[in-house]
Ligand binder design. Structure first.
Ligand SMILES: NC(=O)c1ccc[n+]([C@@H]2O[C@H](COP(=O)([O-])OP(=O)(O)OC[C@H]3O[C@@H](n4cnc5c(N)ncnc54)[C@H](O)[C@@H]3O)[C@@H](O)[C@H]2O)c1
Ligand SMILES: N[C@H](CO)Cc1c[nH]c[nH+]1
Ligand SMILES: [Zn+2]
Length: 425
């Protein structure tokens, strides 16, 4: 890879990095058609798109029993992959249980005010599975919904002649209530609007490629969504203490997800930048998914960048607002203090992004395309809604009657004022 200098980036290069869209805009119109066809034609369209995009003639769309069977078969065979799924699930559950908010009520001087949290009834979780299998995303999407207490968790995952048994087992292990084999934009539409087979849900969550991400942005409004969690991204912020081989390994790892993945390293040390660029090229050539990795490395939103100073590198990282931010530097905590825009942060040489991807316990469903400037990743909150509660005593309402009636009259809403006065007649 060529090393570029932050200060010398052209306006077009800056736009490609900071306004990246991972290919989503380019497929938006095609995806709109897919979403509409599924909305109007239901299962018929789901089956047609499965043939067209996945090359599969789908039998049963509902594969809930198959997921349970896949789980039983791995358990009966004492397959160590099920142990890995269960260990990861336990860590994800433990971390997310800490996020469950408590209902509360407090006395504000005669005004008893509070907040209560209740789960959404029916949610749809998309579990990707086109270019790779994603049992880990099943855990990340479903476990927080179960922890939140969602009544019905419906899952959609791409169809296959033979569905991936580890993905199915992870979906079952995580606690899904219904599982459908439908992928891509058609899955998002099915979960958003329902079909003859697929339950209509109130909120659709989960990561996916550019087609999935475009579909989520289209159904948003008709149904709640979590946020856009598209092709993976990592930004490594490093100083001269970083090991270039490890920086490169984390870049190459995220690059293997998708040709539209974006991977960046920015550092204040020119020699390190050269070493990282060389290590990335060497490692990419050795990896099984070399073609995908090379495409991701070569896209306009990826790069190895040299900054004139760490403050300049930090500003770059803030503007980039990466899904994953890895800080590999002597004083990583001081750098972290200056960062606000990142989906998930990885500190120190023993915190590779892959740890969070699979098993540390934090969620890997995270905002891409700069979304980290506006929202955080998937959590228990994603599946909750809150209500406020109040009980005022007579004196508290009497104390407030002046501001309430004055404001009501200022708004020309006399009946509001009267509803307070009536209580003191
Ligand atoms: N941001 C996050 O939190 C996060 C987490 C995990 C994974 N990811 C991303 O999820 C994605 C997974 O991608 P994937 O492709 O492996 O699986 P996927 O399930 O997202 O996509 C597969 C589906 O894409 C559809 N598709 C393929 N070609 C199409 C075409 N030409 N037209 C219309 N639809 C088409 C098919 O319906 C197929 O079922 C990767 O980009 C990965 O980086 C992101
Ligand atoms: N890095 C992905 C999120 O962008 C999550 C993942 C799943 N499997 C491996 N990685
Ligand atoms: Zn990953």
């Amino acid at each position: 890879m060529d090393v570029r200098t932050v200060a010398d980036l052209s306006p077009a290069e800056r736009r490609a990095l900071f306004e990246r869209d991972a290919g989503v805009e380019g497929v938006r119109e095609d995806v709109r058609e897919i979403v509409e066809r599924v909305r109007e034609e239901g299962d018929v369209a789901v089956r047609e798109f499965a043939e067209e995009f996945d090359g599969v003639a789908v039998g049963n769309i509902d594969v809930t029993d198959e997921a349970a069977r896949a789980h039983d078969e791995l358990a009966d065979a004492d397959d160590p992959v099920l142990d890995a799924v269960q260990e990861a699930a336990a860590n994800v559950r433990e971390f997310h249980e800490r996020q469950r908010p408590e209902d509360w009520r407090d006395d504000f001087g005669g005004r008893e005010l509070g907040r209560r949290f209740r789960p959404i009834d029916r949610v749809g979780v998309y579990v990707p599975g086109g270019a790779a299998a994603y049992p880990s995303s099943a855990l990340m999407g479903i476990v927080p919904a179960v922890v939140a207490g969602v009544d019905h968790v419906a899952v959609a995952t791409p169809p296959a002649e033979e569905l991936n048994p580890v993905t199915l087992a992870a979906i079952h292990e995580a606690g899904a209530d219904a599982v459908y084999q439908v992928g891509g934009a058609q899955a998002i539409s099915a979960l958003a609007y329902g079909t003859e087979t697929v339950t209509r849900t109130q909120k659709v969550v989960g990561p996916g490629n550019k087609w999935v991400t475009a579909a989520k942005s289209i159904v948003q409004g008709d149904v709640e969504i979590d946020f856009l969690a598209g092709p993976s991204e990592v930004l490594v912020l490093a100083d001269e203490t970083a090991d270039p081989e490890l920086v490169a390994a984390d870049l190459v790892a995220q690059a293997e997800h998708d040709p539209n993945a974006s991977v960046v390293a920015v550092m204040d040390d020119a020699a390190l930048a050269d070493a990282v660029a060389d290590a990335v090229d060497a490692q990419a050539a050795d990896r099984e998914r070399g073609e995908t990795i090379r495409a991701a490395l070569d896209n306009d939103a990826s790069g190895v960048l040299h900054a004139r100073s760490m403050p300049e590198a930090v500003l770059f990282a803030e503007e980039y607002a990466a899904e994953h931010l890895s800080i590999v530097a002597d004083d990583d905590e001081a750098l972290l203090d200056r960062i606000t825009n990142a989906g998930s942060v990885f500190l120190g040489p023993y915190s590779p992004v892959a740890a969070g991807d699979y098993a540390a316990g934090t969620n890997h469903v995270l905002p891409t395309n700069g979304g980290a400037k506006r929202y955080g990743g998937l959590s228990v909150d994603t599946f909750l809604r809150s209500s406020t509660v109040q009980r005022l005593d007579r004196d508290a309402l009497a104390d407030l009657s002046e501001p309430i009636t004055t404001l009501a009259e200022a708004e020309g809403l006399e009946a509001h004022a009267e509803s307070v006065r009536k209580r003191f007649e």
